[in-house]
Write a protein that binds this ligand. Structure first.
Ligand code: FDA
Length: 301
């Protein structure tokens, strides 16, 4: 990313919200469940699976956490009724992780149990490092109860992740592997692109060789190519893994993965709490400056 793009990415919180909304619209399916289902139907027709995320994080009351859980139950029912190919991804701070672990477990268990009734699956996203231990603890409680219907996420930028992966492999967990998006201190996280990629490849091999069903979540062509190599080495059939990408990112790479016969799932966020998610995505966009400037001066994306 050029210095100019980096500078714009840093000053994004000062950009007026309507402009952020306009330029981040490619990353968000819409504000309503119907809009998300429309996007998913189109993805399914193009041969892709989806995972649906109801935007929101860091709730401050038990009531909000329970409401978020109920919203996911509504999404699971809508998926079943509309017969789209999608599971759900949720964030534990939206389910009360920072309030009370038992509450968070109870809210998530209700979602997972509904997913089981409807033949579906719940992925627990990973948030910043203040959440890692508690997220893995709640995940482990849910996995012990319902091993086939819940999965977690590991971030390759965290130095602890090899230990976490080894422990997950020993329990046959279902894991999404991503680089990680939050800003973490150098004491606990790799900062350098090459070091993160090296760790990603190491963890991916560990997961796939260990027999874990793995979501290979990246838009980095170097990592996608490394994944092809590992899949070939281990002679894995396409039912042992899936590639995963975010809505609105690297659609050409998406098409080339599908053309090679691999399965691919797109992360489809929707809802009224679009702002923090949009900022994270815009900061990662290598052309963020151009998008923001165009959004400011001529109202186009
Ligand atoms: P990298 O950031 O190096 O990007 C590779 C290339 O992709 C870039 O050069 C650019 O061309 C393109 N690109 C990436 N982001 C873009 C954007 N926003 N706009 C335009 N182009 C872009 N993180 C986390 O901490 N916890 C989680 O639970 C998840 N969950 C998750 C699910 C899924 C399905 C995906 C794909 C990603 C996540 N992530 C995540 C986010 C992840 O950690 C990471 O921030 C992004 O995927 C970007 O990293 P890449 O591997 O794509 O590499």
């Amino acid at each position: 990313m050029s210095w100019f793009n980096k500078m714009i990415a840093r000053t994004l919180p000062a950009v007026p919200k309507p402009i952020v909304r306009r330029v981040s619209s490619r990353y968000i399916a819409g504000e309503t469940l119907d809009e998300a289902l429309e996007v998913i139907t189109r993805l399914n027709h193009a041969g892709m699976m989806a995972t649906q995320d109801v935007l929101g994080e860091f709730v401050t009351s038990a009531e909000e956490a329970r409401r978020a859980g109920q919203e996911y139950v509504r999404v699971l029912h809508a998926i079943a009724e509309s017969k789209v190919d999608s599971n759900v991804s949720l964030k534990l701070t939206q389910m009360g992780l920072k309030l009370d672990l038992d509450l968070c477990h109870e809210v998530c268990r209700a979602v997972v149990e509904e997913a089981i009734r409807l033949g579906n699956f719940v992925r627990i996203d990973m948030e910043d490092s203040s959440c890692t231990d508690d997220t893995l603890a709640v995940y482990e409680r849910l996995r012990a109860e319902h091993p086939e219907h819940v999965g977690c996420v590991i971030q390759a930028y965290l130095k602890r992740s090899l230990d976490d992966v080894r422990s997950l492999v020993s329990r046959g967990a279902n894991v999404r592997l991503c680089k990680g998006i939050y800003i973490e201190p150098a004491a606990i996280a790799y900062k350098d692109h090459d070091a993160i990629n090296r760790n990603y490849v190491l963890l991916l091999r560990e997961l796939l060789a260990g027999g874990c069903y793995t979501g290979i979540a990246t838009h980095d062509e170097e990592l996608v190519n490394a994944a092809y190599g590992i899949i070939e080495d281990l002679e894995l059939t396409p039912d042992r893994y899936e590639f995963q990408m975010l809505l609105g990112v690297t659609e050409n790479l998406r098409a080339s993965i599908l053309a090679r016969g691999h399965r691919l799932r797109v992360y489809v966020p929707f809802g009224s709490h679009w702002y923090p998610y949009s900022l994270r995505r815009l900061k990662e966009n290598p052309e963020v400056a151009g998008h923001i400037l165009r959004g400011m001066f001529n109202g186009k994306k």
